[in-house]
Design a protein around this ligand. Structure first.
Ligand code: AMP
Length: 230
């Protein structure tokens, strides 16, 4: 199957707070792709009180990784629900080499392969400020930032008037721990995919939303054009 015929599979790597969620949503919207966002799937499981949600809770609150086995089962289930011509952007997965190895087995079983790995980068000070300022609306899902995009009235959603949440794992101490976990467990994937695919597409995550989105598009288009010519 050629790149044009099968759904592309693109991985978004990068530390917490770098903008994977925002950029993943832009990519998915502009190409009609599906997003697989393990953090969102886990938060939904917690809200619904499923067994997975209960098991994941203490890891998430502490800013630790949920065990690989649970995450891989979750992603496999989601992948099987998607038609094979549908593009996918993975956000927040894989986060360990073991998860990457499981994905490398699961994708070919579904007629897919990894087409590109994008790495969004930003310095730690920027990340800590971005994440610890984040407030989200539990009702309509809108996300604010008290430093960069504050709500009109403190702690209240501009859109729907609900009380905004400050995620437990977005508190400054937990954020620093999540960054350390990222460096230890997830950053090795940059080298892993560099070796496996020959290239990880690095994109500067500092800048306006539009600037970063343009960087993502540029990197991806150049890469896919080169792949198509190969
Ligand atoms: P995120 O919203 O991507 O920052 O994820 C929030 C939390 O969910 C993380 O701090 C982890 O506890 C958990 N989580 C999300 N994705 C994964 C993953 N691929 N592997 C392990 N834990 C994950």
């Amino acid at each position: 199957m050629t790149i044009e015929e099968r759904g592309l599979s693109v991985i978004l790597l990068g530390p917490p707070g770098v903008g994977k969620g925002t950029q993943g949503a832009i990519l998915a919207d502009s190409f009609g792709w599906e997003r697989i966002v393990t953090g969102d799937l886990l938060r939904a499981a917690r809200r619904e009180g499923t067994e997975l949600g209960r098991k994941a809770q203490r890891y998430m609150d502490a800013g630790d990784l949920v065990p690989d086995g649970l995450i891989v089962a979750l992603v496999r289930e989601r992948l099987q629900q998607l038609p094979e011509d549908r593009g996918i952007v993975f956000d927040g997965f894989p986060r360990t080499v073991a998860q990457a190895e499981a994905l490398a087995i699961a994708l070919p079983e579904l007629g897919r392969e990894i087409d590109a790995v994008l790495l969004l980068e930003a310095p730690d000070e920027v990340l800590v400020k971005r994440i610890s300022g984040r407030r989200s609306c539990p009702q309509c899902g809108r996300v604010f930032n008290v430093h960069f995009d504050p709500p009109i009235s403190e702690a209240i959603c501009d859109e729907c008037g609900a009380r905004l949440d400050h995620r437990k794992d977005d508190q400054p101490e937990t954020v620093r721990h999540r960054l350390a976990v990222y460096r230890r467990e997830t950053e090795p994937l940059v080298e892993h995919y560099g070796r496996q695919l020959g290239a990880v597409l690095r994109v500067d995550g500092v800048g306006s939303l539009d600037e970063v989105a343009a960087g993502v598009q540029r990197a991806l288009n150049t890469h896919l054009e080169l792949e198509a010519q190969a």
